[in-house]
Design a protein around this ligand. Structure first.
Ligand code: NAP
Length: 283
């Protein structure tokens, strides 16, 4: 069996077209959805991420502001900037690029963002909303995974899902989203004993670890849906996921590639959240 690919680039393109259309409709009412991206320091990976986010906004007709600050910026200065953006009606989404320099308490900064503008979905109010099934912003990466499952018409009701990884930004929210769609969910982590015994039973597996070959063909049952969130480098320095793609694709029913899978969906869902924030603010 060779799995069908879930193409994150193609799905992103479709969703970004929808974002552009909705942004156009808002503009006609005099509102341009706006995202502010704050970058502190000169982490090279962060610089690439923020550039991609700003470009994606521009391509979809969203207004974006990139604010770059020296690594010496104080926590108080950053908190003051966040506060000013909370009060800026032209900005509907605020994203503080992580990681922040060590002298700044990242959680404190995230909590300073107004939950109405928390388009990354990292605020404790957003996490609480997801946990209780209330409206709020969902973290972009697991939200993108849910869209991928939706795109193949996958009904999660009664299915067994295994999430590998329990971070606050991917694993835990992913598990809650799957649970909300009536899947039975197991969350695995570095202390899980006999991961294979669990993944072998799974109908859906989400790998969000950050280590190559965490999931191999002998660990999955035929027809399983595999979403690979991981971003690693192989021996040749090429981008690869957590899943042994070449072997697992021979057993799975659906699989996401890396690159071109979950990665593009993350930025797409940031655009969706920003648009949503602008729509809510303009009601
Ligand atoms: P993280 O905070 O480092 O969490 C990794 C999780 O994996 C932890 O819960 C850890 O368990 C668990 N883990 C480590 N080794 C394991 C093992 N051998 N078996 C089972 N679980 C194990 O990472 P993250 O932020 O969630 O990101 C995970 C991966 O996704 C990274 O590669 C990251 O680059 C990628 N990512 C991609 C996107 C995207 O847009 N595609 C977005 C975000 C993240 P413990 O909790 O016990 O330590």
């Amino acid at each position: 069996m060779t799995a069908q690919l879930i193409d994150g680039n193609a799905l992103s393109k479709q969703l970004r077209t929808e974002v552009a259309t909705r942004a156009q409709a808002l503009k006609a009412k005099g509102v341009t959805p706006g995202l502010a991206v704050l970058l502190v320091g000169d982490n090279p990976a962060s610089q690439v991420y923020v550039r991609n986010k700003v470009k994606a906004c521009e391509d979809s007709g969203l207004h974006s502001v990139l604010e770059r600050y020296e690594a010496t910026m104080t926590e108080a200065e950053l908190l003051a900037r966040v506060q000013a953006l909370n009060n800026d009606p032209s900005i509907h989404g605020i994203l503080v690029q992580l990681p922040l320099p060590e002298h700044i308490d990242a959680q404190k900064v995230i909590e300073a963002i107004s939950p109405a503008k928390d388009v990354d979905g990292f605020h404790i109010a957003s996490a609480g909303a997801l946990m209780t099934g209330m409206p709020g912003f969902w973290p972009c990466t697991p939200y993108g995974c849910m869209k991928m499952l939706e795109s193949i018409g996958y009904d999660l009701k009664g299915k067994y899902a295994v999430v590998i990884g329990r971070s606050n930004i991917v694993g835990k929210p992913m598990a809650l989203m799957l649970l909300q769609k009536d899947a039975t969910v197991t969350v695995c982590h570095s202390r899980t004993q006999d991961l294979k015994a669990l993944t072998l039973q799974a109908d859906v597996i989400v790998a969000a670890v950050g280590k190559r070959n965490v999931l191999t063909a002998d660990m999955v049952k035929p027809g399983v849906v595999v979403l690979d969130v991981g971003m690693n480098r192989n021996d040749e320095g090429k981008l690869c996921g957590d899943v042994d793609f070449d072997s697992v694709k021979e057993v799975a029913g659906y699989i996401t590639p890396v690159p071109g899978g979950v990665g593009p969906m993350t930025i797409t869902m940031l655009l969706v959240n920003t648009l949503e924030a602008a729509e809510r603010a303009s009601k």
